[in-house]
Write a protein that binds this ligand. Structure first.
Ligand code: FHN
Length: 479
């Protein structure tokens, strides 16, 4: 039996403290005694335990999404075919129906000599990002780590032969950034997972259960045991082979491997399309995943994280230069924070390991803004009314003492707020400005904060893009 198969058996045995037997794609019945000992986290975990487990993640608010892999080599162009503007780079294998042996040629070229884990993690940290979610394996099936379960990985198939996830795990630990992994359930490369011509809707793979039990789960156990990710961010769950019961089984299997693990709602089939929230309360997963959009208002209970590109593609594409402005990205972060969500902002590094300059510039701008305004973002909670008018977003300190009014536009000579009652005699400050501001308050007109004349000069202001007023007080209309 080939070495890797032995390893699969070993990992299966290792993880069979929560093993399952499967006959059909659908069935995930469980017979082994070991599974009797498996805790049913979805059922047995109390609300308090769940909130405690997710607290670090909710307080973190802002993370870096990294889509990196073989697709960064063609970067949107394969032979003489060019992806259209609305065709995302990481889907080139599917969009251009590239046969597997042809696509594997990219694995034989993948050699990111400019990859610098220290620099990547520094860029994320200096941007104010508290966690990183990198594509351990995207839909094309290529593994960015030293997988003993598969040879379609960075060690065996590419000339680079260095474990990228190892380097990132060590650097994240060194710099105090939390490492998390994206992992695709759909796999266009694995013979027991892929569909004919990528059409999962028409040709389900009869050996899917084998792929799930003998490949996907062992690889996930490998990732947990060797790199200790804090979050597993699943994707590619929309294929017909995958079902909610499989999602619930996988969720529990993984939580038994690492009880503190946080898992997104794409582990199951509960997601409502790109809006990303779960259809039902009992859908598998710990948080909703709006994609390329922000919830219109606050969530009715499910924590959530909006993932977004800085241009129009997740994986690097040479000709995609439709970059959002730093101002837009800061405003998104303020809006998402006021609504109680997290922001997972994507970068698509080039094949040589360099992060595109437009991404680095925008992240540096966001970092500068967060250095001044971070206390209005991290570890905050929402008001009942998360906004006032078009330009004001509110957050509240964890101890309920302070309200932060974030103005997405410069306020001019004075700022008037109707929905806040300041504590008598308390100070009001603009974050980044030492001296307290003059203010008046009356029931009818509300709170009026005077802005010192010198701040009318942009150069005198503590930051750009948005301005935060720290107010000791309470929300008036709690409806
Ligand atoms: O197909 C993927 C896509 O490549 C990318 O990974 C995004 C990121 O959330 N998710 C899927 C599209 O919904």
């Amino acid at each position: 039996m080939k070495m890797k198969n032995l390893v699969i058996v070993f990992l299966l045995l290792l993880s069979s403290c929560g093993g399952t037997t499967t006959t059909q794609t659908e069935q995930v019945q469980d017979s082994t005694a070991a599974s009797k000992t498996m805790k049913d986290f979805a059922k047995d975990e109390s609300k308090e335990e769940r909130n405690a487990r997710l607290k670090w993640w909710k307080d973190a608010r802002f993370g870096m999404f990294i889509h990196w892999g073989l697709y960064a080599i063609p970067a949107g162009v394969h032979k003489d075919s060019v992806l259209k503007q609305d065709q995302i780079g990481e889907w080139i294998m599917h969009s251009l129906k590239i046969p597997i042996p042809e696509y594997e040629e990219y694995a034989k070229q993948f050699n990111p000599t400019k990859f610098d884990a220290k620099e990547w993690v520094r860029i994320a940290k200096d941007a104010g990002m508290k966690y990183i979610v990198i594509t351990s394996k995207h839909h094309d099936g290529f593994a960015l780590w030293d997988s003993k379960v598969s040879n379609y990985d960075i060690m065996d198939f590419s000339p680079y032969k260095k474990d990228i996830l190892r380097a990132l795990a060590d650097e994240c630990k060194a710099q105090g950034v939390t490492l998390c992994f994206y992992h695709s359930i759909m796999d266009w490369h694995h013979p027991e997972a892929k569909a004919k011509n990528y059409e999962h809707q028409t040709t389900q793979n009869p050996d899917w259960a084998k792929y799930r039990e003998e490949y996907m789960k062992p690889q996930l156990v490998e990732l947990i045991k060797n790199y200790d990710p804090a979050v597993l961010w699943f994707d590619g769950e929309w294929i017909d082979e995958w079902t909610e019961p499989q999602g619930k089984d996988l969720y529990n299997f993984l939580r038994n491997e690492k009880p503190s693990l946080v898992i997104n709602n794409r582990v199951g089939k509960g997601r409502k399309g790109m809006q990303g929230m779960s259809e039902t309360q009992d859908a598998a997963g710990d948080f909703g995943t709006p994609e390329q959009e922000i919830l219109e208002g606050k969530s009715d209970g499910l924590p959530w994280e909006s993932c977004m590109t800085m241009n129009d593609t997740w994986g690097f594409k040479t000709n995609d230069t439709n970059w959002k402005s730093a101002e837009k990205l800061v405003h998104n972060l303020a809006d998402i924070s006021a609504k109680g969500g997290n922001y997972l902002l994507n970068i698509g590094p080039k094949a040589d390991g360099e992060i595109p300059a437009p991404s680095v510039e925008r992240l540096a701008e966001m970092g500068k803004w967060l250095k001044v305004n971070g206390e209005a973002i991290y570890t905050t909670q929402s008001l009942n009314n998360y906004k006032e008018g078009e330009n004001i977003r509110y957050t509240k300190s964890a101890d309920d003492k302070y309200i932060y009014a974030i103005s997405l536009k410069w306020v001019g000579k004075a700022l008037n707020l109707k929905n806040i009652a300041p504590k008598e005699g308390s100070e009001i400050k603009m974050l980044g400005v030492e001296s307290p501001l003059k203010w008046t308050y009356d029931e009818k007109k509300g709170l009026t904060i005077e802005i010192p004349k010198e701040l009318s000069l942009e150069a005198k202001r503590p930051c750009k893009y948005a301005y935060t007023f720290k107010i000791e007080g309470a929300e008036k209309d709690k409806k």
